[in-house]
Write a protein that binds this ligand. Structure first.
Ligand code: GTP
Ligand code: SPV
Ligand code: MN
Length: 658
């Protein structure tokens, strides 16, 4: 491994250095640049480059890598090129080490088991670092903890970093992953560089983002989002490493500096904690960029729905984590003549075009989907997607080399097949503990989805006509309703609530506020966020109609009242007919326009209790109105935009008359 001593002559020219917000543009002379570059390469001199050519990196990336390498002290640096060969090499190593197990029944599918203490996002340890507290959180009364966003002052952040990152990669390799969120070079796309000491993260980022060497060429002198991730367990390791999964659960921190477009993650290797392109970049950081630039970064799926008449409509939908986005995005319609194609299953970046329509791209390149509940019956398209080149984390495994989880009971042909649960213990059908962790996930390339939309990589995106909000609401909330206006839709999104799921650390099932399905992902003051939405209705902007759905209402017997999954096309049909201007299929209620009896096609469904499914129990809604008022007063308070406050007041009056 050669030790670089001189600077790359190509780089010996003046360059423009912008801070991430573009605020301070300063010029550095060639001389000054030479000095800086000398320092950078000298620093790096002690750390070998295992792969890639450091000198071919754009200068800003060199400086980023060198600084962080100096801080984290890895035993070597590996610059990823995103190639197949690279993935094979890393996979091979992980199989040898026992971190990945090939699932022999498929092509290039692998199982990974984490340390059981590292299985989900950790909301309580996720922070936004801003000089002013109220850039991050709303003004809440004394003693009321803000629910949306966690603020950390910069001074504390510096201490927290100092206590964790120096030397944190000792004995490990620091991988450098250049990646693009969105099609490379697209007008809405953005570039990031993630440093990580987890090779599992490298393999997953390859699937979830467009990670390649071309990203560096496209980057040039432009800025990029800086992502620094460490499992937080330098070698030699003192504690026992479980399942070959290094992590440091007691010391987890996931911190964002939005002004610097920078993400620091320590201690966890799983999901949104470590695949920093996903929630950290594409939601928390991107929502800040979006606010500055006048667009939206949202926790939404994007689907194209073609009706029997051949006309296609694009819809975006925001549901909280583990509430059905992946399933809706890949829905297999039960109604004849309908076709659904998937653009994205988790995140949408949306920007108004010159024609006034709202265009959405999926910034991701893969699906990191909830495994339990996914089957040929519920989501055959997801199943088809992950038959090859996929990583399964914390699922169970059969002796035939297949994956297994709750929901696949009927698909196990040989009932005597041996199953090993996610913890590595023998498990039998009917055992009381779950075979797979409830937040176990598949990680699969979106391009493998049989119904991926032909325009899913269109750099300009697809035009959105409707936005749907929804959550798990076991009682009171009808299957579907249309909101009265853009502003009423924003208010309704702001009221979003859902039963908690295993996607985060919350224990037990309780209905929690999850406004706009963004509570865990809010990148700045929620009141300002609502204001940003409100102000998008201007000029020639054709704002989408906004709907609310609830697949999860339960009857007296505790069972779901609605069959869900592929049958949800019936609700989409109603929504599209409304978009088309069919007035007589809806009736005004206190909370919005609810389907008139019989206006949703239920043909062939068997018994559906329409009245129970669609009713608005007055007692429930009066109680809810009090709670919603309290939520907005306490949690948003003076930051609540007047337009949304008006909606709150008016809905309260309507509900009082129920
Ligand atoms: P994240 O990836 O965490 O953002 O989740 P998601 O919103 O994409 O949720 P997903 O589609 O993975 O669904 C989560 C769980 O809800 C799975 O176990 C599904 O089987 C279940 N689910 C999805 N759609 C429906 C539905 O229409 N009805 C019912 N009853 N369950 C559903
Ligand atoms: C979610 O929790 O909404 C997810 C999974 O999509 S994670 O990437 O872990 O955030
Ligand atoms: Mn999600």
């Amino acid at each position: 491994m050669s030790t670089p001593t001189t600077a790359n002559p190509d780089l010996l020219k003046p360059y423009r250095d912008t801070d991430a917000s573009g605020a301070s543009l300063r010029q550095i002379s060639a001389d000054a640049f030479y000095v800086v570059n000398e320092i950078v390469t000298k620093r790096l001199g002690h750390i070998p480059i295992f792969k890639g050519d450091f000198h071919l990196l754009p200068y800003k990336v060199q400086r980023f890598v060198a600084e962080k390498a100096e801080l984290c002290r890895p035993r070597g640096i590996y610059i990823c090129d995103g190639s197949e060969h690279e993935a094979e090499e890393i996979t091979h190593k992980l199989v040898e080490r026992g971190m990945l197990t090939p699932l022999a029944a498929y092509e290039n599918n692998y199982l990974c088991r984490t340390d059981p203490k590292d299985v989900a996002r950790v909301e309580s340890k996720t922070w936004m670092v801003t000089p002013d507290k109220y850039q991050t959180v709303t003004h809440t009364p004394e003693g009321v903890e803000p629910m949306m966003g966690h603020w950390m002052p910069p001074t504390q952040f510096a201490d927290e970093l100092d206590a964790r990152f120096p030397g944190c990669m000792a004995g490990r390799i620091m991988y450098v992953i250049p990646f693009s969120m969105g099609p490379l070079g697209g007008p809405i796309s953005k570039i990031g560089v993630q440093l990580t000491d987890s090779n599992y993260v490298v393999l997953s980022m390859r699937v979830m983002t467009r990670a390649s060497h071309e990203v560096l060429d496209a980057l040039g002198n432009n800025d990029f989002v800086r992502c620094i991730h460490s499992v937080g367990l330098p070698r030699p390791v003192r504690q026992k490493v479980i399942n070959h999964w290094p992590c440091n659960p007691e010391r987890v921190i996931i911190a964002h500096r939005p002004a610097q477009r920078e993400i620091w993650s320590f201690g966890s290797g799983y999901g949104g904690n470590s695949l920093l392109g996903k929630k950290c970049f594409a939601l928390r950081i991107a929502s800040n960029i979006a606010r500055d630039e006048g667009w939206l970064a949202e926790h939404m799926l994007i689907m194209g729905v073609t009706r029997p008449n051949g006309k296609e409509h694009f819809i975006a939908a925001a549901f909280p984590s583990a509430c059905g986005k992946t399933n809706l995005a890949m829905l297999e319609p039960t109604l004849p003549g309908w076709k659904v194609r998937c653009v994205g299953d988790d995140i949408a970046w949306m920007k108004f075009g010159e024609d006034g329509r709202l265009y959405a791209i999926n910034p991701e390149a893969g699906f990191f989907g909830v495994a339990p509940g996914t089957s040929d019956k519920t989501n055959p398209m997801a199943v088809a997607t992950f038959q090859k080149n996929s990583i399964f984390t914390n699922v169970a495994e059969t002796s035939e080399g297949r994956y297994y989880w709750e929901g696949l009971e009927d698909e196990v042909k040989d009932k005597n097949v041996e199953i090993t649960d996610w913890l590595g213990n023998p498990w039998k059908l009917g055992d009381p503990t779950p075979a797979a962790h409830p937040n176990s996930r598949f990680c699969a390339p979106a391009s493998q989805c049989p119904i991926i939309h032909p325009d899913w990589e269109s750099p300009n995106g697809v035009p959105i006509e409707a936005i749907i909000f929804g959550g798990r609401r076991p009682e009171g909330v009808p299957l579907v309703f249309e909101t009265f206006s853009w502003k009423h839709g924003i208010f309704t999104g702001g009221c979003l609530k859902s039963e908690t799921t295993a996607a985060a650390e919350h224990k037990g099932k309780s209905v929690m506020h999850d406004p706009m399905a963004m509570r865990p992902f809010m990148g700045y003051n929620f009141g300002k966020y609502l204001e940003h939405w409100v102000h998008l209705q201007k000029g020639n902007h054709q704002v989408p109609k906004i709907y609310h759905v609830n697949w999860f209402r339960k009857g007296q017997d505790g069972k779901f009242l609605w069959p869900g999954y592929g049958e949800n096309i019936r609700v989409i049909d109603w929504i599209i007919r409304r978009l088309d201007g069919e007035e007589n299929i809806g009736e005004n209620t206190a909370i919005g326009v609810v389907p008139t009896k019989g206006s949703i096609n239920l043909e062939g469904l068997g018994v559906v209790n329409w009245d129970e499914l669609m009713s608005l129990p007055p007692d429930y809604w009066k109680q809810d109105a009090i709670e919603v008022r309290k939520f907005f007063e306490e949690q948003v308070g003076p930051d609540l935009p007047p337009e949304v406050r008006t909606e709150l007041d008016e809905q309260e009056k309507r509900i009082a008359n129920l």
